[in-house]
Design a binder for this molecule. Sequence first.
Ligand SMILES: [Fe+2]
Ligand SMILES: [Fe+2]
Length: 326
Amino acid sequence: MNLYGKASQLLLKQLGKRLFTTTSFTGSVITEPFMVHAGTTTGTTRLLSMHARSYNVQASSVSSPEKKDDTDTKAVSSYWGVAPPSLTKADGSAWKWNCFRPWEAYQADTTIDVKKHHNPVTWNDKIAFWIVQTLKYPTSLYFRKKHIHHAVLLETVAAVPGMVGGMLLHTKSLRRFEQSGGWIKALLEEAENERMHLMTFIDVYKPKWHERALVFTVQGVFFNAYFLAYIASPKLAHRITGYLEEEAVNSYTEFLKDLENGVMEDIPAPAIAIDYWCLPQNSTLKDVVRVIRADEAHHRDLNHYASDIQCQGHELKEYPAPIGYH
Ligand SMILES: [Fe+2]
Ligand SMILES: [Fe+2]
């Protein structure tokens, strides 16, 4: 077989694994309770009171003299001295999520104005606005009333700008030996928050192979395009994200309307959402969409604010970033 044939075979083998398996999605949600080692109570115990809930944090012992034959746990944590904390909720039940910790949970501000719109005035604004409008129509045509499918694709895109912007500000801070004003953290928080939206939706809908292929393609294009846009003009990039977030708010409003009018069946909220947004146990998908929409409105404000700072001739680091503003 010639070199070309070998390369194609290798590429297909690798892509096939990534595109056509579904295990990575089901595996993303950790449903097993957090592992608690018996007889490992030598660490300090403290009670955290974060946001609306409190939790117990107990450090697991690195080496347990009582356990002679624990080769499995040793391989994972003992040798390197990295012991996972055993976390419990205030009611004593185990904290079951490894993908986020109790102190990252919060209550979304659902009183935020979901109708706010930044009027495009300058060329920068108009270009950003029309880029988003152009992207919006084919997406709406493709998904129509399939709100959960739409949300899954939307969140895979929405989690990119914060990570790209945060990464570029991080490297800029290193290059220039200067502070970032907290903007690195604020943008990475946004990316993480968007990813948690995705982790929530994949609990109620598992994307099909063709949707995964679409996400794969869209991510490849969007990541690189946004990366180049941010290098060329951060104020344009933040304005684009501001308008993308406005559209996210609009699409969640449509989603919510269909749930409220009974066009779509309301279902119990995923357990991950109840713990992440500190929601009541009897919450439903409607409540989840409401808090996610509030998050999107916050992202909208954060990105329009970042663009405004730069449009007025300032640098982001001159104005403290709204950290903790999910
Ligand atoms: Fe989102
Ligand atoms: Fe968002």
